[in-house]
Write a protein that binds this ligand. Sequence first.
Ligand code: PGA
Length: 249
Amino acid sequence: MRKKIVAGNWKMNKSLPEALELVGAIKTLSYSNEVQLIVVPPFLYAKTLVDELSGTQVSVGVQNCAKQEKGAFTGEVSASMIQSVGVDYVIIGHSERRAYFSENNQDLALKVDLALANHLTPIYCCGEIIEERNSGNYFEVVKSQISEGIFHLSATQIQKCIIAYEPVWAIGTGVTATPEQAQEMHQFIRNLLKEKYGEADASSISILYGGSCNPQNAKELFALPDVDGGLIGGASLVAEDFIAIANSF
Ligand code: PGA
């Protein structure tokens, strides 16, 4: 059966002392061991947090990886480097990467391949911008993001992926998708998976919701049949809020 997952995307926030303080606080709080908790700090602190969290149930992810394997790519960090420091997850195709760093579905497909080749679990993000929602085009947009980014994978590979649906208009805005909007899109994504890989594989893949998810709305979202947890931005920067969300299943 698919896993319940709550991942905290810290984005470009926190100094090292603040990062240590946050994971220190997370470690003192209790949550169900049925939930896979993941913290996703900036690259610079990933190794330190892997050490800090060893022996706990909390895993560490990073927010991006290079689309190249290795070599002369100044400023980039490869999937194999990420794996070598004990990180388990990598967010691929977050809307901020797509919008501000011009990453397209083809780039992301390469990153997904490198992540899987290096035994990292990709958290593959998709989601429409407000204009696409308003024009009614949002299913088509998400379908392209999914089919071009991950549908080249084999059934065995796709089962190692996590998908995050994050409507861009809900990210950092305080406007959350309604339960109806979230369920409708999650079900649509699961149906795409079903058509491509069959019922059994489609129902074993976790699909997370992201976009202004907080301790007040998480319960309602996580109760939806096709929502398996959350990719949390702002609320993951406060230990009590992050754990309250993890306790919302
Ligand atoms: P938010 O961000 O929770 O701050 O809206 C979610 C995300 O970007 O993953």
